[in-house]
Design a protein. Structure first.
Length: 77
């Protein structure tokens, strides 16, 4: 996919130098660096993308719509 990015000149210079040193095309080097950066993302921020687990209340059946409405109303007081 093609895209256009506005990057600082110094950053582009460094990426170009790394691409030349490893005998790669600039676009391949940018893709590799982006991929490596995303793989190194902390586990905490990755888990933030996952939906939360459902809440289970001990000693109660499933929440009813009335329970939820009471909770919302109570939070507004």
């Amino acid at each position: 996919m093609k895209t256009t990015l506005d990057l600082p000149d110094e950053l582009v210079r460094r990426v170009k130098m790394r691409a030349v040193q490893s005998d790669r095309k600039l676009k391949d080097m940018v893709a590799a660096l982006l991929d490596a950066g995303l793989r190194a993302e902390p586990a905490a921020s990755r888990s933030a993308l996952a939906p939360p687990q459902p809440v289970r209340l001990r000693g109660r059946g499933p929440l009813t719509e009335a329970d939820i409405e009471r909770g919302i109303t109570h939070g507004r007081d």
